[in-house]
Write a protein that binds this ligand. Structure first.
Ligand code: M6R
Length: 366
């Protein structure tokens, strides 16, 4: 059932090109000018009054929500708040009939996410779920559903669910942008063409894992690892740190690179591994200066940049390159080496990769 792979997690990492392709299947207009969600029954009028979107989820799905905030705010120009389900449900959120609540859940059974969805409905919000499991509790409770079509995810550590959640929320943002008229059609076309290339690019990243395996073996016994990045890279850094923590039990933290000086830099000492994500053009120089700061404290830096970047290599100890794509789409690729790093670190440490201690695949109790 593991199809020749040693663990479900690595099998699912390798399934990503296919899973991403299936998520997009039938949803990209032939001429690339729009997103087709036949399953969504909202009209332009239904969405005309929406003045705020809440994205609610837990764990990895929450991290997908943080990326979703960038997508929806930048592409569809709607203010978005992202919340952890267990926080949202107990803080009497400011939600009304002009709020759209988007919940994200691989399993569709996470109890906090389900309760948050019910609370949003009770307060009168319109609701939509992005989920992987057809007929799940969350799918049944939400007004509308977008399925990720990633196929069953067995490993506790979420991988293909995350990348397909990103693809889904990106398509949803383009769809809303289309309805609201916030994006020139040329931009929509560029994004959709970028989406079409993702499966092949993800495949390309999975072809050469040896350097990542080597880093994992080299740094697999570190006590602490830091992930830094700005903008969308920060969102991916959060997910990279969670992956490493949950399956390799290495203490890992993600920081917005600009936040280092406000405390964390005190922890950066000789030999501490720092994974620095630098794929975002708008903040590239700023990230480089943060990389210089950690290098000056003798951190060992693994830089993740876009293919063609000639500068990064000068400031870091090791590099990993991501195929060049639209800035919005980079997270879908950048996370793949981070998943692999966590996987090989866990293998190096002899951890139970598919069933990490204390964790369950689906958290159906509070
Ligand atoms: O099924 P869900 O997407 O609602 O699950 C949410 C989290 O429990 C889940 O993403 C968890 O954080 C994973 N173990 C992360 O790899």
């Amino acid at each position: 059932e593991k199809g020749g792979y040693e663990h479900f997690m690595i099998k699912e990492i390798y399934e990503q090109p296919k899973a991403i392709r299936e998520t997009m299947s039938g949803r990209l207009a032939k001429d690339d000018s729009s997103i087709i969600f036949d399953e969504l029954k909202w009209t332009k009028d239904d969405l005309a009054n929406i003045n705020k979107i809440f994205i609610i989820a837990c764990g990895t799905a929450y991290h997908a929500g943080i990326v979703g905030k960038y997508y929806l705010e930048q592409l569809a120009r709607v203010p978005v708040e992202v919340d952890i389900a267990s926080e949202f449900r107990y803080r009497s959120p400011l939600v009304d009939e002009n709020t759209l609540t988007l919940v994200i859940s691989q399993s569709g059974e996470t109890s906090d996410t389900l309760a948050a969805l019910k609370e949003a409905k009770r307060l009168g919000a319109r609701t939509i779920a992005i989920t992987n499991v057809v007929g799940s509790s969350i799918a049944r409770e939400a007004d509308q559903v977008i399925y990720t079509w990633a196929g069953p995810e067995i490993a506790v550590a979420s991988t293909k669910a995350y990348t397909t959640q990103l693809v889904s929320v990106c398509m949803f943002a383009i769809y809303i942008a289309g309805m609201r008229g916030t994006l020139p059609v040329e931009t929509i076309k560029t994004l959709i063409r970028g989406l079409r290339e993702l499966p092949a690019q993800a495949h390309e990243l999975l072809e050469d894992v040896e350097p990542i395996k080597t880093f994992a073996q080299q740094y697999g016994f570190a006590e602490d690892v830091f992930f830094i990045g700005r903008s969308l890279d920060y969102a991916v850094a959060l997910e990279g740190a969670l992956k490493l923590k949950e399956i390799s039990y290495i203490h890992a933290e993600a920081y917005a690179a600009g936040e280092l000086k406000h405390g964390t830099l005190a922890l950066i000492v000789d030999g501490v591994p720092v994974i620095a994500l630098a794929t975002q053009h708008d903040v590239y120089e700023k990230t480089l200066s943060n990389i210089k700061e950690v290098k000056a404290r003798d951190a060992v830096v693994i830089g993740i940049g876009l293919k063609g970047d000639k500068q990064l290599v000068k400031y870091v100890d090791h590099t990993i390159y991501i195929p060049a794509t639209e800035k919005y789409l980079t997270p879908i690729l950048t996370v793949i080496p981070l998943q692999l790093l966590a996987y090989y670190a866990a293998v190096t440490r002899g951890c139970d990769v598919d069933k990490p201690r204390n964790l369950a695949k689906s958290v159906t109790v509070e």
